[in-house]
Design a protein around this ligand. Structure first.
Ligand code: M6R
Length: 607
């Protein structure tokens, strides 16, 4: 989380830093701050809240060509101006911005306090300027190198010295940093998004690398001081400043983009005539596919839910054992990595620290792991080396919507390949490919007539608790619907497998409690109907997402939300849509900031 930007060049740094911060605000929006070096002193400004709050109070800063900035997602210490970055040393000569967590914070803080340092903030980051000052003997690079030897944890940092207005120093250990090499100017950022306004020539820092950044570029070294011959890469992703295209919020725009984004996830990949598919990024021949004995999908939050749907599809269509796992739990339970298993790391941002940690653990143990990623060139995509880009386009709203459906669509393509070389005949493969090919049109059809979402919102907006239920492929959709409502509307709710309801959560239901039931017509509908009856018998109000024309289910519902008919494995691509709209409109009704819900960030780069 947190966005870091630093600039050195012939132009005024301040407007460039502010522009970079705006581009990275999705990484955290608890506070924002900047520091410039001018006439041997630091000029520092920081504010609680959004970058717009900072710019509103900024006034004109010195017109100098060196400085750094930060948008914060709080880890240590509350949302206060004092805790905002940059942090400076006691002499106010060294400014540091940091993304990550310093794990030996308490020990270092005690040592520095014993040396007489008086801390101003509650942050772990404030350790850094004091520690660098302690090691400073006139050489900024050596001071940073010596200081970070004492630091345990994850960090991406940028350091500015008032006495050295011709150099910035950056170090990466676990939190991404990219250096943009412009003409006579150099930009450092935690995200390529903030670099592209200046240049597309970049160097990605690797863990335990230090960069000495000047107007001429960056000298990259190991922390031991050895020169690193870093590869210069050219950014080729879509880094346009995102526009709402007439929608009031990015979330609504992204919900409505799904016919196109799912089409992009499938385009050029389905081979309908052959009943097959191809994923160029996977480098897997049919023989390789045939040797896959197990599929394990890793991810967090919405990406985990997409991985659940994909794993169910693999078992159901390809008859290969598959499961999804929460990435943040994975590496700490000493997982078994089998040679014939294929792991997929699902991540919209490609920067999620928990998922990246799982990827490293698999690679250390010799396993094969591939990315299912949206952001081109992101850390997970590059670390995996191969995988599937889902091509949903930039997703700006913190609540993931179009990335969810695109991840599922892309992995259904993989499932088709896996199934086709095993147990699917030509005709069966053609039917699966045709079903997938038809999905974007059905999404479009639903979004044109989304049904009585307002009636569902009316039941939900005043509820104390909302239960989302589904069976089979609709169970992960129930989890996803509950997650969306929690993060956007802040209403207590949970997703449950419908059959499990009677083993506990049914106790939560009382007269009028809204229950959202995801029940497209499939092999489990009859069982789902029994569960609906149990819910109704407790006085709960049923909001049913069901297949168009299914009068039996519609007849039980207080609010009926029909979606177009599809096959069971593709149904989540349709049943998720009303749940996204319910979360969005409930959030609006409760006056929430739907694009930037409280306490969250788009990219979760700390564990
Ligand atoms: O970028 P990722 O897909 O790795 O992010 C994982 C989760 O942090 C993310 O899906 C989160 O749950 C979303 N805010 C959900 O809408």
């Amino acid at each position: 989380m947190c966005g870091i930007i630093a600039y050195i060049g012939p132009h005024p740094a301040l407007p460039r830093i502010i522009e970079g911060l705006k581009r990275m605000e999705y990484r955290g929006y608890d506070s924002a701050g900047v520091a410039l070096a001018s006439e041997g002193r630091l000029w520092v400004r920081k504010e609680v809240g959004r970058v717009s709050e900072l710019t509103r109070r900024l006034g004109g800063g010195p017109e100098v060509g060196i400085g750094l900035g930060h948008t914060r997602w709080a880890t240590h210490g509350g949302l206060t101006q004092v805790n905002a970055h940059p942090h400076v040393d006691a002499s106010q000569q060294i400014a540091v911005v940091h993304n990550g967590i310093i794990e030996n914070n308490n020990i270092l803080r005690s040592q520095l306090e014993a040396d007489g340092v008086a801390f101003r903030s509650e942050t772990d980051t404030e350790i850094l300027p004091h520690l660098i000052r302690k090691h400073y003997r006139g050489d900024p690079v050596q001071a940073v190198r010596d200081a970070v030897q004492h630091v345990q944890g994850t960090y991406g940092i940028a350091v500015l010295f008032a006495e050295h207005p011709d150099v910035l120093v950056a170090v990466r250990n676990g939190s991404p940093l990219v250096v943009g090499l412009g003409r006579g100017e150099t930009v450092l950022a935690s995200d390529p998004q903030a670099v592209v306004a200046h240049t597309r020539q970049v160097v990605y820092l690797q863990d335990r690398e230090l960069a000495v950044i000047t107007t001429d570029g960056a000298d990259v070294q190991t922390l031991a001081g050895q020169v690193v011959d870093s590869e210069v890469e050219v950014l080729d992703g879509d880094y346009q400043l995102a526009s709402k295209e007439g929608f009031p919020h990015f979330m609504l725009k992204e919900i409505h983009e799904q016919p196109r984004s799912v089409r992009r996830a499938l385009r050029g990949r389905l081979q309908v005539d052959d009943g097959n598919a191809k994923l160029g990024g996977l480098n897997m021949t049919p023989r390789d596919l045939l040797s896959v004995q197990r599929v394990i999908n890793l991810g967090c939050g919405t990406s985990y839910h997409a991985g659940m749907v994909a794993a169910m599809a693999v078992e159901s269509l390809a008859r290969v054992p598959a499961r999804a796992e929460i990435a943040s739990e994975f590496r700490y339970r000493h997982p078994i990595i089998q040679r014939e298993a294929v792991f997929f790391a699902f991540s919209q941002s490609g920067e999620t620290a928990d998922t990246l940690g799982a990827v490293s653990e698999i690679q250390i143990k010799g396993g094969e792991v591939m990315g299912v990623v949206n952001v081109v060139g992101s850390t997970i995509a590059r670390t995996c080396g191969q995988g599937v880009y889902v091509h949903s386009g930039p997703e700006i709203a913190v609540a993931s919507t179009k990335a969810f459906t695109s991840q599922i669509a892309a992995q259904l393509v993989f499932t088709l390949m896996l199934a086709r070389c095993r147990n699917l005949s030509l005709e069966q493969g053609q039917a699966v490919a045709a079903a997938l090919d038809g999905i974007p049109g059905k999404i479009s059809q639903y979004l044109q007539e989304p049904g009585p979402i307002d009636a569902a919102v009316e039941l939900i907006a005043s509820a104390r608790y909302v239960l989302f239920l589904g069976r089979g492929f609709s169970y992960p959709v129930a989890l996803e619907g509950a997650l969306k409502l929690k993060e956007i509307a802040y209403i207590p709710c949970e997703g449950y497998p419908a059959g499990e309801m009677k083993h506990g959560p049914i106790a939560m239901l009382d007269d009028g409690a809204p229950v959202v039931f995801i029940a497209p017509r499939d092999s489990q509908t009859e069982k789902a109907i029994s569960n609906m009856m149990e819910v109704k018998a407790r006085g709960a109000r049923l909001i049913c997402v069901h297949t168009q024309g299914d009068d039996e289910v519609a007849g039980l519902a207080d609010v009926s939300l029909p979606v177009p008919r599809s096959t069971d494995f593709a149904s989540p691509l349709l049943t998720a849509l009303p749940l996204q709209l319910i979360a969005y409109h409930t959030g609006l009704a409760l006056q929430r900031d739907v694009d930037k819900p409280r306490n969250l960030a788009k990219s979760v780069t700390v564990e």
